[in-house]
Ligand binder design. Structure first.
Ligand SMILES: Nc1ncnc2c1ncn2[C@@H]1O[C@H](COP(=O)(O)OP(=O)(O)OP(=O)(O)O)[C@@H](O)[C@H]1O
Ligand code: SF4
Ligand SMILES: [Mg+2]
Length: 541
């Protein structure tokens, strides 16, 4: 994709569901790393239960993620001024000490592991291979898990600090000063954030008043009272904007303080190295519930069965209006809101005179349009469409898909599009991610996935698509056996129990998810060559 701007950056995301009554967990998402670009449609495919819905919902923070990072770049950090940022700056010296301790612990465990393994520091056996007949095999596995956890904890503690202070993470002699200077800037950001909230209230009033004004004019009523009110609010708005501009100036000054402090480390290559960890995004998993509420309108979900999520006692107008009121787009009983809802309904292909009807008075396709209208009325930035068309007839499916495409173009949306139906995913997606048992095993552009699949699981999935091409002599590749349990997934490559290319290494070593060609990521020890397979390369997209 040219001109890529990342909207969501997901690193080592895990979502485990504990099972009631015992210590087992369902590893629904198990270490997922992925960037989602602004304006793309990322298709997500894979067998039932592989974790697609879980990933969509975890990104939206409908579940608290078990581990890993989900960074969001659709808003700047001063839109919510999250508390975790303040806490990090306030506690910097203590957090830094804690991070160092974690790294020391990691080293200690590492040494114990070496001793158990009898590792000689490089010759002979590779360090991450534990032979099953090793006399200490059992302890080694346990130590290995302990070591992995220690590494993860230390790295997470490091990232949480470095993403906010960058190179200053090396400023050990100076952490109190770093804390003070960063906090000072952040306090101004918090003040600006409060002013912006005031501004939003004022703008809300103004929208309502201007709406009333238009109606009064239409009805030939006197508008002088309203006009003076509007003038008052316009003045308030100007004053607020001036205060916000002042805060921007102050923020610049505080940045200069930081620049001043930076000079001390200007020649230190370590400093420059760690500057690369600085991250301006919002760390979604660390937001408080009210903070996340402020972002909720940006991150929306459209699901398969809108009927179960549409309150049968509310009219369409009320259903769409609920979110608008909750997110302060309008005030209650606003005339303007009614106009807005009718416009959104029309945009989503629903006649606006139906605004007072109840969900049961609509067809399945229309109800799906209501679900879409409800989400899109909030002017979101990222929408997860989870089997959004799967329950519909084929002819209605294509209408809804076209609607989603049109809305995306118009509103500059980014979609994650989850579906069982590969031909639908192929049609709609910019890129496609293939999931197996909690992991993304292959990720590439839609064309590339179909022309040049490299993962055996992708190959098998694609071979199962019915084709109309008479020259196509491909046999569907059967994936043998059942999907293993996500509670106790196979060791090594999770697909090895069903893969026709599996060898010994597949049973032992987890294949890394790597970029094997530009923008083409695969996790497999024996990737397929280009000449081996190609599916529907000549199909029109
Ligand atoms: N809330 C939950 N509590 C416990 N386990 C869950 C929960 N949600 C999902 N799971 C389990 O996590 C795994 C992944 O489920 P998920 O719904 O994400 O799969 P999916 O790929 O969306 O499947 P489908 O294509 O059938 O919708 C499954 O084993 C499922 O049973
Ligand atoms: S790593 Fe091995 S088992 Fe896994 S997909 Fe590749 S070849 Fe198959
Ligand atoms: Mg699902």
């Amino acid at each position: 994709m040219e001109d890529k701007k990342v909207l969501l950056r997901i690193r080592n995301l895990k979502q485990y569901f504990p099972l009631k009554g015992n210590k087992l967990v369902v590893k629904a998402n198990d270490d997922i790393t992925l960037d989602i670009y602004e304006g793309e449609t990322l298709g997500l495919v894979g067998e039932s239960g592989c974790g697609k819905s879980t990933l969509g919902r975890t990104l939206l923070q409908l579940y608290r993620q078990t581990d890993g990072k989900t960074m969001y770049y659709g808003r700047s950090i001063d839109y919510i001024a999250p508390k975790y940022v303040r806490k990090t700056f306030e506690n910097l010296p203590r957090l830094h000490r804690k991070m160092k301790e974690l790294y020391e612990l990691q080293e200690k465990i590492d040494k114990e592991y070496d001793a158990l393994l009898g590792w000689d520091g490089g010759q002979g056996m590779a360090k991450d291979e534990i032979p099953e007949d090793h006399p200490n095999a059992k302890q080694l596995y346990a130590k290995r898990n302990e070591l992995d956890k220690a590494k993860r904890d230390a790295h997470e503690a490091f990232l949480n600090i470095a993403q906010l202070i960058g190179g200053f993470i090396i400023a050990e002699d100076n952490l109190n000063e770093v804390s003070r200077v960063f906090l000072k800037k952040y306090e101004v950001i918090e003040e600006k954030c409060r002013l912006q909230e005031d501004l939003e209230e004022i703008e809300l009033e103004l929208r309502e008043l201007n709406g009333d004004l238009a109606i009064f004019k239409r009805e030939g009523k006197s508008t002088s009272g309203l006009e003076s009110k509007i003038a008052d609010f316009e003045k308030k708005k100007e004053a607020k904007l001036r205060q916000i501009a002042q805060k921007d100036e102050e923020i610049k000054l505080r940045e200069q303080d930081i620049e001043q402090m930076r000079k001390k480390y200007a020649d230190n290559p370590e400093f420059q190295k760690y500057e690369a960890y600085r991250d301006e995004g919002i760390d979604l998993a660390r937001l408080t519930y009210p903070e996340m509420r402020k972002l909720r309108k940006d991150l929306q979900l459209i699901f398969q069965d809108p009927y179960s999520s549409l309150n049968p006692r509310l009219t369409v107008g009320q259903i769409i209006g609920e979110g608008l009121l909750a997110h302060k787009f309008f005030k209650k009983d606003s005339e303007k809101m009614q106009d807005y809802i009718m416009k959104v309904m029309e945009d989503c292909g629903l006649a606006s005179y139906m605004i007072h009807r109840y969900p049961h008075q609509f067809s399945g396709g229309q109800r799906q349009r209501i679900g879409i209208a409800r989400s899109l009325a909030l002017d979101p930035k990222f929408v997860v469409c989870d089997e959004a068309v799967s329950a519909l007839d084929v002819s209605i499916q294509s209408q809804i898909i076209n609607l989603l495409q049109d809305l995306k173009e118009k509103e500059n949306l980014t979609y994650m599009f989850i579906s069982h139906d590969l031909s639908v995913v192929k049609y709609i997606s910019t890129r496609i991610g293939v999931m197996y048992l909690g992991n993304i095993v292959e990720l590439a552009s839609s064309d590339e996935i179909f022309r040049n699949p490299k993962h055996p699981y992708t190959e098998a999935l694609l071979s199962a698509i019915p084709t109309t091409d008479v020259d196509d002599k491909r046999e569907p590749i059967l994936i043998e056996g059942d999907i293993p349990s996500p509670i106790n997934p196979p060791k090594g490559c999770k697909f090895h129990t069903r893969c026709r290319y599996a060898t010994e290494i597949c049973k032992q070593v987890v294949p890394e998810f790597i970029e094997v060609e530009p923008d083409h990521f695969v996790a497999c020890h024996h990737m397929l060559e280009k000449s081996q397979v190609s599916f529907g390369a000549s199909d029109e997209k």
